[in-house]
Design a protein around this ligand. Structure first.
Ligand code: SAM
Length: 189
């Protein structure tokens, strides 16, 4: 039982692209209410449910409260864009490094499409700063964006920093929404 339907987008992406492995360290940005974290906890074995596989780590962050979840370490009432949060992540992650950064973060929609687009793209650029601090060499970043005029700038920046960048629209994502995801892999560091 997932906390919300967004879980199916992440399941679909992981089934197709193999984002997770048992033992991985994952940071889930904009994690509330916690459905993506539920998926990641299972797939990195952060509860140790599979005793024969390495045990991973899942850290979730949100401005809102995130109800507790076995195998997850949540930073509720934290801003992903705040450098103090970045410092906390460096302390909590094994070796200060993550294999995967996930972001399903979105600003509260104003209803003005261009403004919402600009704000979510700004969030994605801030995730790139975070990746520079905590993402392992060859690590992956999956981030949600709303399509618009700045998309290509974000894509260009990702392409400089990662060996492979693709834009995804999961089947589980509503067709009438501008929501898409960048999957950037093989972080160059
Ligand atoms: N992936 C989640 C799940 O499956 O349960 C749903 C995430 S929801 C679509 C987007 C979340 O991003 C909201 O809970 C919102 O509070 C959070 N958010 C937006 N801006 C944020 C920020 N700067 N720092 C942390 N969280 C943020």
């Amino acid at each position: 039982n997932f906390r919300c339907r967004s879980a199916f987008k992440l399941l679909e992406i992981d089934d197709k692209f193999g984002l997770f492995q048992a033992g991985y360290s994952v940071v889930d940005c904009g994690a509330a209410p916690g459905a993506w974290s539920q998926v990641a906890v299972q797939r990195v074995n952060s509860t140790g449910t599979d005793p024969d596989s390495p045990r991973g780590t899942l850290i979730g962050i949100d401005l809102l409260n995130i109800p507790p979840l076995d195998g997850a370490h949540f930073l509720s009432n934290h801003d992903v864009m705040d450098p103090a949060t970045h410092a906390k992540l460096q302390e909590l992650l094994p070796g200060g490094q993550a294999h995967v950064i996930l972001s399903d973060m979105a600003p509260n929609a104003s209803g003005f499409r261009d403004m919402d687009h600009e704000r979510i793209i700004t969030m994605c650029f801030s995730l790139i700063d975070l990746a520079g601090k905590i993402l392992q060499p060859r690590g992956s970043l999956l981030c949600k964006y709303w399509d618009g005029i700045l998309t290509h700038q974000l894509q260009e920046k990702l392409s400089r920093l990662f060996g492979s960048v693709r834009s995804l629209k999961p089947d589980a994502s509503r067709k009438d929404s501008a929501e898409r995801f960048f999957l950037a892999r093989m972080h160059k560091k």
